[in-house]
Write a protein that binds this ligand. Structure first.
Ligand code: ADP
Ligand code: MG
Length: 253
């Protein structure tokens, strides 16, 4: 039995539109489990990002619940919610949002210092370890503008995990990268997951979805399908690709 990290029930998100309501998420029920690399797929505009934001407390659902640690984050006070996002969750986006006048080292360490339960030495050590792991140790004193997009995203991943989040959220983390950098970033996420990091990633890239241990398919704000997979193994990509492709076909992707 896997432990549930987060549990959504009847999650709805609507926007006012032309005097009516646009229903973007429609009664989504979803449990996320410890150790999973869950991927949400679906066509553009199906509500993937909205779902990720609603689950992570970046945005508030219109109705329904998201239970984390016994508390409903949909109705949580902003102060408590922001603590939760800072200490329990990690975030990676398509645009890296690194602080332009801080070095790569500083960008990562600052996120560690925000976690008040850590002392400075611990943060420095973790930052060094992650710079090494992400392969950007040699450029740690560079500013974001002085390194490539792939290197910036690797820094953003290190920043997202420096405080050891219980759950890592990623919205199209490879959306702005070329094929080589995409593969590197996906491999780093796979390594993190196989070392125990729970991940929820939104993507419309089949190559990215191959890394998942669980794929959910979203259509018009509803989850219409689910595929469970064994942990990613680079020696078996061909058969995995065939399986995922066939399943996506059945979802009319
Ligand atoms: P996806 O990530 O699957 O491409 P999104 O979750 O970004 O889809 O968006 C789903 C739908 O919600 C889109 O039709 C989009 O226009 C609409 N939407 C998203 N954010 C807002 C907003 N802040 N106000 C109004 N409509 C929005
Ligand atoms: Mg999106």
């Amino acid at each position: 039995m896997k432990n549930t990290i987060l549990s959504a029930k009847g999650l709805c998100k609507s926007y006012a539109h032309d005097g009516g309501q646009n229903h973007i998420l429609q009664h989504v029920d979803l449990d996320l489990y410890e150790g999973d690399f869950t991927v949400i797929m679906g066509s553009s505009g199906s509500g993937k990002s909205t779902l990720l934001y609603s689950l992570s407390g970046m945005d508030r659902a219109t109705a329904g619940q998201v239970i984390y640690n016994g508390k409903n984050i949909v109705t949580m006070k902003e102060k408590e919610l922001s603590k939760l996002r800072q200490n329990e969750f990690g975030f990676i986006f398509q645009q890296m949002h690194l602080v332009s006048n801080l070095s790569l080292f500083e960008n990562i360490a600052v996120a560690g210092y925000l976690d008040k339960s850590r002392n400075a030495n611990d943060v420095k050590e973790r930052t060094e370890m992650l710079l090494e792991k992400m392969g950007i140790s040699h450029i740690k004193t560079h500013l974001p503008s002085q390194v490539s997009g792939g290197e910036q995203q690797r820094c953003a991943i290190a920043r997202a995990v420096v405080a050891e989040p219980r759950l890592l959220f990623a919205d199209e983390p490879t959306g702005a990268l070329n094929r080589r950098n995409t593969n590197e970033v996906l491999s780093l996420l796979t390594d993190l997951n196989q070392a125990g990091q729970s991940i929820l990633m939104v993507t419309h890239d089949m190559k990215a979805a191959l890394r998942a241990t669980r794929i959910l398919y979203l259509e018009d704000g509803k989850i219409i399908g689910e595929l469970n997979l064994p942990p990613y193994n680079p020696d078996e990509t061909k058969s995995r690709e065939t399986q995922v492709n066939a399943w996506l076909g059945s979802m009319q992707w």
